[in-house]
Design a protein around this ligand. Structure first.
Ligand code: EPZ
Length: 417
């Protein structure tokens, strides 16, 4: 089990280039199942979840023609196996994204139900309801979702809750359904719009992706695609906060400022200077931090995936911040670890109250999910003495070369086996 050791007290300065978005490449890899031929995926982040999803698509019959660095070529001509096995799905919830494409491509699917995870039960009932609305017959047995669909038919469907991968799953299935599908209360995340843009390049007819209403005219087939993965707005926000918390001066390159407006606003409210360029953001500390309240919401609101990182910043602000988490029911697991480092945080329901302290102290800490791990590394950047973060496999799932990128910015950080 690798650990990351961070020595606090080093301001971050310089430039960091953001990688492709994990939450954009995973649905794209699943979407290759909708096509028959060679799909080129460039600037895929080199993270564990990509390896897992490539293994899964291969298990379903695709051929991996190339998988070097950030370039993946998947030939999906011979996709013929509808079974996504437990051992793969259980390590990564996003595997459920193959459900819609398998039903559309093969007319059947047997996908293990993803387990819950640390941040919540995270069921996929809304994925299933959407696919049933398209005419799929779905039953749950022995921990698997069994689905069959002679021919998916377009439908008018409203999601009970905003669900990112649920919207993606149903949108992918609808792309090859007969007739028109209208999805209401759809997720508006940039990764949803990006997926629709790539599918449209392949001959799909999808309008409105990125808004809460998506209209899809089904087509009979989709051509293989060649795409460059959207930059990761959550990774970018993480490095912006790293600059702020160390009172440094960092330019974050290859990002989309327009995808991070709530984060940029809140950073400015906390007293940090943020300058935005076409595809870069520069963050400079100003010596002190003011407290800021925020509530996480589906896009375009404040991203839940940045909540833990921003909370870490607020542990050192001069005053009290109130942070409300509305997307997941249990996404404060990082609070106990931050308190062990000297933070003053109390939780009431889904609101955490953070009273700023003068400093954090290094400690051995461990995380329970990807973003909680990132927030503990951020805390280590400013804590006195060393912080040892264990279970770093969480970080490896979604952050490419985190220690390398932070070291290049001046952090004293290293990984030990
Ligand atoms: C996506 O997860 C992201 N993952 C998550 O990022 C992100 O936190 C989340 O969206 C919210 O933005 C990927 O894109 C691979 P949801 P997803 O369906 O789609 C409930 C990270 O750190 N719900 O939008 O699984 C659910 O329990 C990860 O990169 C149902 O009840 O999230 C949650 O409370 C973590 N039934 C809420 O909706 C369903 O069928 C939002 O979940 C589906 C969801």
């Amino acid at each position: 089990m690798d650990k990351i050791i961070v020595e606090g007290g080093h301001k971050l300065n310089g430039r960091v280039r953001i990688s492709g978005a994990k939450n954009a490449v995973l649905p794209i890899l699943a979407a290759t199942l909708l096509t028959q031929g060679k799909n080129e995926i460039r600037e895929a982040p080199k993270v564990r979840d990509v390896n897992t999803m490539v293994r899964l698509v291969k298990e379903l019959g695709a051929e991996v023609d190339h998988f070097e660095g950030d370039h993946v070529v998947l030939d999906t001509t011979s996709v013929n196996n509808p079974v996504a096995p437990y051992d793969l799905v259980s390590t990564m919830r996003a595997s459920c994204l193959v459900l819609g494409p398998l039903l559309a491509r093969l007319g059947e699917a047997k996908v293990s139900l993803p387990g819950g995870c640390a941040i919540g039960a995270r069921p996929i009932d809304l994925h299933i309801k959407g696919l049933e609305a398209l005419g799929a017959k779905i039953r749950l047995e022995e921990g698997y979702v069994y689905g069959t669909a002679k021919k998916l038919k377009g439908v008018h469907h409203t999601f009970d809750l905003v669900t990112v991968t649920g919207t993606m799953n149903v949108m992918m299935a609808a792309a090859l359904a007969e007739g028109e599908t209208v999805l209401c209360n759809a997720a508006q995340e940039p990764e949803v719009k990006y997926l629709a843009d790539v599918l449209n390049q392949s001959g799909a007819k999808i309008k409105g992706a990125g808004t809460d209403t998506i209209v899809i005219q089904g087509v009979t087939s989709l051509k293989p695609f060649d795409c460059r993965i959207l930059p990761d707005r959550i990774e970018a926000a993480t490095y912006m906060i790293a600059a702020a918390i160390t009172d440094g001066d960092v330019e974050v390159l290859n990002c989309v400022p327009g995808h991070m407006e709530p984060i940029i606003d809140k950073l400015r409210q906390s007293g940090v200077t943020v300058e935005t360029g076409e595809n870069s953001v520069r963050v400079k500390g100003n010596g002190k931090l003011s407290p800021v309240d925020f509530t996480t919401e589906p896009y375009p609101g404040f991203a839940t995936d940045v909540q833990a990182q921003f909370m870490t910043l607020m542990t050192l602000a001069k005053g009290q911040s109130k942070i409300t988490e509305t997307v997941f029911e249990n996404r404060f697991m990082h609070v106990a670890e931050l308190k062990r480092m000297g933070a003053d945080i109390s939780i009431e329901g889904n609101t955490a109250t953070v009273n700023g302290v003068d400093h954090l102290s290094g400690a051995p800490v461990m995380a329970t999910d990807l973003r909680a791990s990132a927030c503990l590394v951020l805390a280590g950047l400013v804590a006195e003495r060393d912080t040892v973060v264990s279970r770093v496999y969480h970080i490896d799932r979604g952050y490419q070369d985190m220690e390398k990128k932070l070291s290049q910015l001046g952090a004293a950080i290293r990984r030990v086996k």
